[in-house]
Ligand binder design. Structure first.
Ligand code: CP
Ligand code: NVA
Length: 307
């Protein structure tokens, strides 16, 4: 994984198929305790949006590696008072070894990456959530032993998580079905990129507004909130539009018998997923959440050049 040393990961497509496979293998070795790399580095967390899993899994992963973490909450640093990103980025790069950022605009991540000569990791933006997808792929691989030939169907909003699923699934040669209402399709640029990646990596991309069509025979049923962070004002208006896309027992009954259910969390029971399904025997959401830590540990040691 030497090729990853020093790299910024702003999109899951910043990684190649080979690099993702190697990262997943390393994550499995780390999870089993078969590798215990020591990395006395300092990770900064600059989160402009709330987070439980990403914040804690990055922190515990770095602590377990022997490193340190600094929480750069925008409300107590100058970034929240308008210091230019170009200045903040150059200064932080003098103190930190690696910086994970959760923000709105993908361009802000690019600006950080341009000015900071340390690895910048996208810890969620409005466009993508690459760390989430690494953990999802790890979970799917654990359940099915492979990613090849697996159909993943995503239901709901064509959002950041859907975008990273499209790109990551395409890179790994999976069939990705995205079922959304007409007005909430994934970004067309991301879809085109995913289609091109799928064509060259043996994957397949399928967009539909029919959730049943997407669920039929699928191995992984995945959903996320109907209103993402920053979209709170439209949350109520979205509920009736998204209702047919709810991941419930009826929808699950169309899937493969061995199908698993994933959700990046936090979940809204009774909206995008029912209590029966998230608590049901096909749900793997807690393993999925745990895998955030293993996948991000693998990613950090790789971009820091420890492995
Ligand atoms: N799935 C995820 O990123 O969760 P948090 O928002 O809690 O970090
Ligand atoms: N799409 C959600 C994911 C949260 C982890 C959001 O952006 O709020």
């Amino acid at each position: 994984l030497k090729a990853l040393q020093g790299k910024d990961i702003l999109s899951i497509a910043d990684l190649s198929t080979k690099e993702i496979s190697a990262l997943l293998q390393l994550a499995r070795d780390l999870k089993k305790g078969e590798k215990k790399p020591i990395c006395q580095k300092i990770l900064g967390l600059l989160f402009y949006k709330a987070s439980t899993r990403t914040r804690v899994s990055f922190t515990t992963a770095m602590y377990q590696l022997g490193g340190q973490v600094i929480d750069l909450n925008p409300s107590v640093t100058q970034v929240g008072r308008g210091e230019p990103i170009s200045d903040t980025a150059r200064v932080l790069a003098r103190y930190l070894d690696i910086l994970a950022i959760r923000t709105f605009k993908q361009e802000d991540l690019q600006t950080f990456a341009h000015y900071a000569d340390i690895p910048i990791i996208n810890a969620l933006s409005d466009l993508e959530h690459p760390c989430q997808i690494l953990a999802d792929l790890l979970t799917i691989q654990e359940c099915f032993g492979t990613l090849e030939g697996i159909t993943l169907s995503y239901f709901g909003d064509g959002n950041n998580v859907a975008h990273s699923i499209l790109l990551g699934g395409a890179l790994m040669g999976m069939k990705v079905c995205i079922a959304t209402p007409d007005d909430y399709k994934p970004d067309s640029g991301v879809v085109e990129q995913a289609q091109a990646l799928a064509a060259s990596h043996g994957g397949e991309i399928f967009l539909t507004k029919d959730p049943v069509e997407a669920a039929k025979g699928s191995h992984v049923l995945y959903t996320d909130v109907w209103a993402s962070m920053g979209q709170e004002a439209s949350a109520d208006a979205r509920i009736p539009v998204f209702q047919p896309y709810q991941l419930n027992e009826k929808l699950l009954s169309y899937a493969d018998k061995e199908a698993i259910v994933l959700h990046c969390l936090p979940a809204h029971r009774g909206e995008e997923i029912t209590s029966e399904v998230i608590e049901g025997k096909q749900s793997r959401v807690w393993d999925q959440a745990e895998n955030r830590m293993h996948a991000q540990k693998a990613l950090m040691v790789s971009v820091l050049g420890i492995e």
